[in-house]
Design a protein around this ligand. Structure first.
Ligand code: AHG
Ligand code: MN
Ligand code: MN
Length: 321
């Protein structure tokens, strides 16, 4: 039997063992996410086959058409996170209000998640993902979701693509695990991930450039072009951030005249991704403030976000300030 090496379950338990006062609650919480991820991955692979494509005929709080895979992924996340009993409350992009699960009444954590990120790419077989952010339960009220990003206990994403990868930080670096469907294990394929100090790629939807509130961004992007950068934009935040983490460079979604606070949501898109990128040695800002320092006021609030290698993000800040 080939030696499989470290897998996510063993990794989570070994991390737990590093904390003598650990109760095993975070381990159970992460294992619940892992199980949900495997189920979603299995269905994403079948999306083209089973009748879960196309519109579910509903719109979510963001006013966006909900695709069936969004709904399915949301239901799977809610079921497994609730059943784990580790989460006092759950907040989802697809839920107008947070959910308190009966089994989580004594849960030590709250979790905010985007069950399926990049929905517009489902029908064209382009990478999509799931993003999550875990905070400690403090008051046992909705305010527990409104903690600054630097207080996150754990954050991660699963990217469903040519392979399914689970990228995780618990505040002690970033590790990437690739699903081996033949044994159903996420194997440690990318230990101790570090973002390059600088890259050669910028990732931003230039179609919106005429509407950008910070017009200096156009000069910034031109400067990168003059420095020989290439452009890559997939339209799934998880895929664009994953490429940026591995190859370096920058990803951004600025505020524009249509989305005056930006399009991406702070709690379950920008903050978890910022935590991962900073843990990997990069930087994440809204252009003026570190994403991880922003005090949220609403669960579904949006923020401009620019993240990636230190060189490109520090250069951007110089243009915007
Ligand atoms: P979601 O599918 O969860 O609503 O997220 C979509 C987001 C994000 O994944 C991506 O970076 C962004 O929308 C792309 O927006 P544009 O198509 O406006 O560029
Ligand atoms: Mn999203
Ligand atoms: Mn989504």
């Amino acid at each position: 039997m080939a030696y499989l090496g470290m897998d996510l379950n063993r990794f989570i338990l070994e991390e737990e063992r590093k904390h003598p006062d650990a109760t095993g609650s975070l381990s159970m919480a992460l294992t619940a996410i892992e199980t949900a991820a495997k189920i979603i991955a299995a269905h994403v692979r079948m999306a083209g086959l089973a009748d879960i494509l196309g519109q579910a005929g509903k719109t979510n709080i963001q006013g966006e058409e909900v695709q069936k895979l969004d709904e399915f992924s949301n239901e799977v996340m809610i079921k497994h996170l609730s059943d784990s009993g580790q989460f006092f409350a759950l907040a989802s992009e697809e839920l107008d209000e947070p959910l308190c699960s009966p089994k989580g009444v004594n849960g030590k954590y709250v979790i905010a998640f985007d069950p399926l990120d990049g929905s517009s790419n489902i029908d064209v077989n382009v990478n999509i993902g799931t993003i999550f952010s875990i905070h400690r339960r403090v008051k046992g009220t909705e305010e527990d979701f409104l903690q600054e990003g630097y207080k996150q206990v754990a954050a991660g994403y699963i990217i469903y693509g040519s392979s399914t990868m689970f990228v995780l930080t618990t505040g002690n670096g970033v590790n990437g695990f690739t699903l081996d469907p033949s044994v159903g294990l996420f194997l440690l394929s990318h230990p101790n991930m570090k973002i390059p100090e600088k890259g050669k790629i910028y990732s931003i939807n230039e179609a919106n450039s005429k509407k950008w509130i910070d017009s200096e961004l156009t000069d910034y992007i031109q400067t990168l072009k003059d420095e020989g950068y290439t452009s890559r934009y997939i339209g799934s935040m998880v895929a664009d951030v994953h490429r940026t983490l591995i190859k370096g460079g920058m990803f951004g979604y600025p505020a524009d005249k249509k989305n005056r606070s930006g399009k991406l949501r702070l709690l379950y898109e920008a903050a978890p991704m910022a935590f991962i990128i900073e843990q990997a040695g990069g930087k994440a800002t809204d252009g003026r403030t570190d994403i991880l320092q922003i005090k949220p006021t609403d669960i579904h609030q949006r923020t401009p976000v620019f993240l990636g290698s230190k060189k490109e993000i520090n250069q951007l800040i110089e243009f915007i300030k």
